[in-house]
Write a protein that binds this ligand. Structure first.
Ligand SMILES: Cc1cc2nc3c(=O)[nH]c(=O)nc-3n(C[C@H](O)[C@H](O)[C@H](O)COP(=O)(O)O)c2cc1C
Length: 168
């Protein structure tokens, strides 16, 4: 692992590909006690004058209790060869298995935040705002029915991207 800190203004990013197609891991907790999960919904942009990343975590995820308790957490992106590891972290719960042991991903810590040594790019995020989605706020009822008919709502987290690292 050799993570180099980068200036976010110099990053070349295609958010639709990097988030929606490549996926990413949301990891929160401490170096000793963390959990991670795969996500493919999110946003990167600017909020309150700062580079920001928004992710959404359903309340039944094990990761939910970790991100709730964390002021900072990581968003890790990976090369295609780690697709099966991300598939695993998106279909199994950390309540029932050791995701690092099962995937071979190597837990590491940057700036006190849990990350994975194999990540190609890491955003260290500082939580600035979090809010539960509400049924009454949906202006298209079919969206609510499609995504929350049987599953719990998401809580969204707006994190300031306080540092960016790339593996070189
Ligand atoms: C491609 C993919 C994308 C996912 N995106 C999200 C997401 O954005 N938000 C979410 O709450 N769950 C998402 N999930 C589901 C969680 O990753 C999954 O429920 C995981 O097992 C939760 O693990 P945990 O219980 O250890 O937190 C996604 C799963 C996959 C495979």
């Amino acid at each position: 692992m050799s993570f180099i800190r980068k200036n976010i203004e110099n990053l070349e990013v295609d958010p639709f590909k990097q988030i929606g197609k490549d996926w990413f891991l949301i990891t929160a907790g401490t170096g000793e006690h963390w959990n991670t999960m795969t996500a493919s919904w999110g946003f990167m942009g600017v909020m309150w004058g700062a580079p920001s990343f928004i992710c959404a975590v359903r309340t039944n995820r094990h990761t939910f209790s970790f991100i709730e308790k964390s002021e900072v957490y990581s968003i890790c992106f990976f090369d295609e060869k780690y697709r099966s590891a991300l598939q695993f972290c998106g279909t199994r719960s950390g309540r029932d298995c050791d995701k690092a042991k099962e995937t071979g991903l190597t837990p590491a810590v940057i700036d006190g935040v849990p990350v994975f040594a194999e990540a190609s790019r890491v955003f260290i995020c500082k939580k600035r705002y979090s809010e539960m989605m509400k049924q009454e706020a949906f202006t298209t009822p079919e969206t609510y029915e499609k995504w929350y008919g049987t599953d719990p709502l998401h809580k969204q987290y707006i994190g300031e991207i306080v540092a960016v690292y790339e593996n070189e």
